[in-house]
Design a protein around this ligand. Structure first.
Ligand code: LCS
Length: 394
């Protein structure tokens, strides 16, 4: 039995419903089955009409995936959740859940490069107009709303500049204009930020990141109320596909048990590293929402329980020196993705955000000399020493 008033760490361990009722297995079994036998032809018919509830086929539902969805719904304080094969599949399903040809959708300008590409390049082919807005400027957002706008999609903290979008204010604005608000909560995780409690209609995650936490799974999630979850499940997910595999769902269930412990470590180390970088003479500017110099520091303090493990910084360097900085690192790994136990370093302009043109990056204030760190769970002093080495050899 799951008690809704349990604390976050307790829910992270027990939220999926406790031990397996059939076997007592403490770890949820992996139901690695594509299809499920009907007791009779008649029962099969009833499952399809909805007269009876049960498992049919794993693109529709699966017990391991259900356990993950149940747990994420508890952690994000939603009624239900859906798990996808990637964060991009979750974002695409979100947009298709609210918009159709002829509609427009607002998207905060600073988002993961794949999200930007989906909005900028795929949606127009479906007749959906993307409108990019400055997520830190409420007037800019409100003025961009058109009569055919159905959704505001915001990423906060944003990848890679760590811009913070005011979720509560956006939710109020969205309600006033009768549009929905979806928040990409990947960087904060439900441990540090719960957009549904601030008025958002839907939360999405690249579960590839902190939810999985070990760099071994690509997955996505959405969490919302019953009506929206049913609409996206029945109207988009089942027939578009893009569902998670039972094995990957199990990896996420395993990852979730240690989410709060890992996040506290990522966060406390990131704070130390951000402070170290902000005093380094070769660093021009540090972007970390936990530093008082961050333009939305007060807002971050208000809507987040802690600031997370992502830091970006502008180097006083040219492209060649930025390459030398990365190549000199001995502990940190040069790689895209984030939220892993290993510290990962990348140069967004030439990698994750190369889907933006140079001009679009400029509009989004994603500088060409910006470097992004996903702080891992190693000893923070070792990470600092390694960054020091890179900066010296740069
Ligand atoms: N949302 C955010 C905030 C992300 O950072 C990513 C991926 C996605 C959505 C898409 O999720 P995926 O389909 O990859 O599970 N971010 C990446 C990054 O910064 N480097 O590589 C992937």
């Amino acid at each position: 039995m799951v008690k809704k008033n349990w604390g976050f760490a307790t829910l992270a361990v027990h939220g999926s419903g406790g031990v397996c009722p059939h076997t007592g297995a403490v770890s949820m079994p992996i139901y690695q089955s594509s299809t499920f036998a009907f007791k009779s032809a008649e029962q099969g018919e009833k499952l399809f009409t909805g007269e009876e509830k049960g498992y049919i086929y794993s693109r529709i539902s699966n017990p391991t995936i259900d356990a993950l969805q149940k747990e994420m719904a508890f952690l994000e304080k939603g009624d239900g959740a859906l798990a996808f094969a990637s964060g991009m599949a979750a974002s695409t399903a979100t947009v298709l859940g609210f918009c159709e040809s002829g509609d427009s959708v607002l998207c905060s300008r600073v988002v993961y490069g794949g999200t930007y590409a989906m909005f900028a390049h795929i949606l127009p082919k479906l007749g959906i107009e993307p409108i990019f807005v400055d997520g830190t400027d409420l007037d800019h957002i409100e003025n961009a709303i058109k009569p055919n706008t159905k959704l505001l999609f915001a990423e906060t903290p944003a990848n890679p500049t760590l811009d913070i979008v005011d979720i509560e204010a956006c939710a109020a604005l969205a309600k006033r204009h009768n549009i929905a608000l979806a928040v990409d909560n990947t960087f904060a995780t439900p441990y540090y930020q719960q957009p549904l409690t601030l008025g958002a209609d839907l939360v999405m995650h690249s579960a590839t990141k902190y939810i999985g936490g070990h760099g071994d799974t690509v997955a996505g999630l959405i969490i919302s109320n019953k009506e929206i979850i049913e609409r996206i499940h029945d109207g988009v997910m089942v027939d578009m596909g893009g569902v998670i595999s039972p094995f990957n769902a199990w990896l996420l269930l395993r990852g979730l048990k240690t989410l709060p412990i890992r996040m506290d470590r990522h966060s406390s180390s990131a704070m130390q590293i951000a402070k170290f970088l902000s005093f380094h003479p070769k660093v021009e500017q540090v972007y970390y929402p936990g530093l008082p110099i961050h333009p939305q520091f007060e807002l971050a303090k208000k809507q987040m329980k802690n600031f997370g493990g992502m830091i970006s910084f502008d180097l006083k360097a040219d492209q060649e020196q930025i390459r030398r900085f990365q190549d000199a690192l001995e502990l940190c790994t040069i790689a895209v993705s984030l939220g892993d136990c290993d510290t990962l370093v990348c140069h967004p302009a030439s990698t994750t955000h190369s889907t933006y043109t140079a001009e679009e990056r400029k509009d989004a204030r994603i500088n060409e000399k910006l470097v992004r760190i996903s702080v891992g769970v190693e000893d923070p002093q070792d990470i600092i020493d390694d960054l020091q080495l890179g900066l010296k050899k740069m």
